[in-house]
Design a protein around this ligand. Structure first.
Ligand SMILES: [Zn+2]
Length: 128
């Protein structure tokens, strides 16, 4: 919250990729501080979830278009978010690892224990 204040940003939404505590564990506290906050996700186990997204569903947060991509494997309810803002693009995958990320990040080591097998691409992950 202090960083948001410092940046002059307003928190309106939380994009949860999956229910694990290190990704969604702060939701209860956030909702207590910011009632009405939108909590997006695809798994009922996500604390305080109030908007369940579907695969390939698009929605907007401010001027940013978000597309939900079902990337189950790390958890059954894992979802990635593809964000588009003008010419800018980003994908938020949570703990789902894709082959190109794996090669870049883990060339000399293996992924953290408990993480699912590496996916070749988001498209492959969505059809499995
Ligand atoms: Zn996780």
């Amino acid at each position: 919250m202090h960083i948001l204040q410092h940046l002059g940003a307003k928190l309106t939404s939380v994009l949860c990729t999956h229910h694990h505590w290190d990704h969604a564990g702060g939701n209860v506290e956030l909702i207590a501080k910011k009632p009405g906050l939108a909590v997006f996700g695809a798994d009922a186990r996500i604390p305080e979830i109030n908007y369940v997204v579907k695969d390939k569903e698009e929605f907007k947060i401010g001027n940013v278009t978000i597309q939900a991509l079902w990337t189950h494997c790390h958890t059954k309810g894992s979802i990635s978010y593809y964000a588009k803002d003008g010419a800018e693009r980003a994908v938020f995958t949570g703990d789902t690892l894709f082959l190109s990320m794996y090669l870049y990040i883990f060339r000399t080591s293996s992924p953290q224990p408990g993480h699912a097998p590496v996916k070749e691409s988001a498209q492959v992950a969505c059809v499995e």
